[in-house]
Design a protein around this ligand. Structure first.
Ligand SMILES: Nc1ncnc2c1ncn2[C@@H]1O[C@H](COP(=O)(O)OP(=O)(O)OP(=O)(O)O)[C@@H](O)[C@H]1O
Ligand SMILES: [Mn+2]
Length: 658
């Protein structure tokens, strides 16, 4: 307080008076200051102390006023800038409330660089999520240079030819060998016998309750030939997993529904049967955001094609085109997809189509280790692919189209990876190209994902529309497992969960409960224990299909059938009528499920997707599902052969969904 006074010792009385007047004048706008200055003067009567205080506060008041003004201007400017930015970045289609139909030119829609991304803004809704694609010239922070061809890479003369083959087209057999993938179709999996032994004890405990063991059905339980195709050709029939009880069920089913589309004669192909069964099915409305925009790119048509009762229509040509695009389109952007526990990449292709990539983590012959809990297991890229095919074969259409793809770790991933991901790339001591990403499970240098030496297998699942445009709801699976090494879930101990679930919304009406049972059938067939949640599109409400996302933990044990995966069906003792019809048809033939799956997956670039032992497992599990249904119809107090004590309507539910 004394400081300023010492510097200004010659305050005159007149100056003080003028100042006091000014203070009073200002006090109307700055009352706090007036009070302070007055009280200071009056209390001590010492104007020499009061004056500098007043001056200082006055200055403060006056500069605060200016600061407010400046701040207001700044805010206004910010608002203007923000508005401008938002206006420029929203696709024009969104602004006008419809998609720009003018962008029907594939050439124009190719993303060639950031400039062009801006140029075609009106065409794409995905740009809301990703901007600034194509980092092909980016300097990735790991210090590695990308490898486009031979010249940059392998120093060893001898392997040049191999490399040339690998990178510029070779037979699949060659690539399999190079990628360290050895598979001999004619050899029965030698490990099967050992695995059988290893799992038998545990498995027989499970199987005791349903009467089937995982070994082949003994020949003594002879097949009723009137049920199945008598002339199952070699290659179309699977192993003989027939059972007298299942034959009985099938026979009863065929006679009960004779003449309807649920039944066909045993010469009709499964494909034709499915087609007839689903003829006239109403798929319901589309997602509002895409209803009036079909687009020309396959992924746009996929989004346009999402309906209330199915994710896609398999008969629409865009499905095959989408699958081909996912296998072949050049990749322009890669980043890690957040959410979930294990590493997966979000891939953007040159046509702006996006995919969820799950890399191969171990060879197909490696089964889930007996002492591993399913939730600690690696995800399998081939399980994602096989699950898509199975879902499609069963006529569910609830898994996004998923294909296999060979990736050049350097060119396809590292070159276009964002810096966070790029930092995790390295060349291993033996010269393989590896990365590990960052996630909660297995994302460190002791769990690298490696090419052999540079090519890596993986699954590419078509990306669903961005959440901003098609919100999804995540539901807890009522039959969720405990995800604990020590605890069991309620339904694993008690059998009455279904009674509770049936009374609860949204399971107490519409298709939802049957969908959960379908999901159980699906997961039992694939051996997926990891179904903690499922998702639906919000816009369709509760009367809609369930998305079967995340099948990476399926197909882990070919000689073990996860009977507990079938708990919803067993405990409710119900199954959807159309689902039962499909299973009966696949049991009946002429083609087995394994044959249909083998054929369906044959065109995938990573074929064979499933080893024979896993394909066999599908036939065996199908038989087991039918066996459970047989048991449901029989009821606990059924008499001997021939009669079903429970009514069909209670067990086989016709909810109109095909
Ligand atoms: N095809 C897809 N398109 C868009 N989003 C997807 C797609 N597949 C999965 N997702 C989203 O990504 C999330 C994580 O995927 P996913 O469940 O396959 O990963 P995860 O690591 O196996 O998860 P978790 O560890 O929970 O089993 C999912 O919950 C889902 O919302
Ligand atoms: Mn998962």
């Amino acid at each position: 307080m004394r400081g300023p006074m010492l510097m200004r010792p010659d305050w005159s009385v007149q100056y003080v008076t003028t100042l006091a007047t000014e203070t009073r004048a200002r006090s109307t706008r700055c009352p706090g200051i007036a009070t302070v200055s007055t009280s200071t003067t009056n209390a001590g009567g010492d104007t020499s102390t009061a004056l500098p205080t007043t001056m200082m506060l006055l200055r403060l008041c006056s500069s605060a006023r200016h600061r407010w003004k400046a701040l207001l201007w700044l805010l206004l400017l910010l608002v203007v800038i923000l508005n401008a930015v938002v206006f420029v970045s929203i696709p024009s289609s969104r602004l006008t409330g419809r998609h720009a139909a003018a962008v029907d030119d594939d050439e124009r829609s190719e993303v060639k660089g950031l400039g062009q991304v801006r140029g075609i803004r009106g065409a794409s809704h995905l740009q809301i999520m990703r901007k600034g694609l194509d980092k092909s010239t980016a300097n990735n922070s790991s210090g590695l240079h990308y490898v486009e061809g031979l010249t940059l890479f392998d120093p060893k003369e001898t392997s040049k030819k191999v490399w040339k083959n690998l990178l510029h087209g070779s037979t699949f057999e060659d690539r399999k060998k190079i990628a360290g993938f050895v598979y001999n179709e004619n050899t029965e999996n030698k490990d099967d016998a050992d695995e059988n032994r290893r799992y038998r004890e545990k498995e027989e405990g499970d199987a005791a309750s349903d009467g089937l063991s995982n070994r082949d059905i003994p020949a003594s339980r002879k097949r009723d030939e009137t049920v199945g195709a008598t002339s199952r050709g070699r290659g179309t029939a699977g192993k003989n997993y027939t059972l007298a009880e299942v034959d009985e069920l099938v026979k009863a089913f065929l006679s009960r529904f004779h003449g309807s589309t649920l039944v066909s004669d045993n010469r009709m192909s499964y494909e034709k049967f499915l087609y007839k069964l689903q003829q006239g099915t109403a798929w319901g409305p589309r997602l509002g955001e895409f209803a009036n925009f079909k687009g020309i790119r396959s992924w746009e048509q996929f989004h346009h094609g999402i309906r209330q009762h199915a994710l896609y229509d398999p008969r629409e040509p865009y499905v095959n085109k989408l699958m081909l695009d996912l296998q072949t389109r050049e990749i322009v952007d890669v980043e890690q997809k957040e959410g979930g526990t294990q590493i997966k990449l979000m891939i953007t292709c040159k046509d702006e189509g996006q995919a969820l990539f799950k890399p191969m983590r171990f060879p197909r012959v490696q089964e889930t280790l007996p002492d591993h809990f399913y939730f600690a297991d690696y995800e399998r890229h081939n399980a994602e692919i096989a699950s898509f095919h199975l879902d499609r074969l069963l006529g569910f259409y609830r898994v996004p189209p998923t294909v296999g793809r060979w990736m050049n770790v350097s060119y396809d991933i590292h070159r276009v990876a964002n810096s966070k991901l790029a930092k995790t790339f390295f060349v291993s001591p033996v010269g393989n190209w590896c990365f590990h990403g960052s996630c909660s499970y297995y994302c460190d240098s002791s769990h690298p994902i490696c090419g052999h030496p540079i090519m890596l297998e993986g699954s590419m699942a078509a990306f669903l529309p961005p959440l901003q445009m098609a919100k999804r709801k995540t539901w807890r699976n009522p039959w969720k497992r405990s995800y604990s090494k020590h605890r069991k879930a309620y339904w694993e101990v008690y059998d009455d969960l279904c009674d509770k679930v049936k009374r609860k919304h949204p399971y107490n009406q519409g298709r939802r409960l049957m969908d959960v049972l379908d999901m159980s059938v699906f997961d039992f067939l694939t051996g997926n224990l990891d179904r903690h949640h499922y998702e639906t599109f919000r816009e369709f409400g509760n009367e809609t299909f369930l998305l079967h996302l995340d099948n990476g933990r399926a197909f882990g044990k070919s000689n073990y059938d996860c009977i507990s995966c079938l708990a919803p069906v067993r405990q409710c003792c119900m199954i959807r009528q159309s689902t039962l019809a499909k299973l009966v048809k696949l049991y009946q033939g002429p083609e087995s499920l394994s044959h249909m799956m083998r054929t369906s997956m044959a065109t995938d670039p990573l074929n064979p997707i499933l080893l024979e032992s896993h394909l066999n497992a599908l036939d065996r599990r199908l038989s087991k599902i039918l066996h459970v249904i047989h048991g449901c119809l029989k009821g606990s107090n059924a008499g001997d052969a021939g009669s079903f004590s429970r009514s069909w309507q209670d067990v086989v539910i016709d909810d109109g969904v095909t």
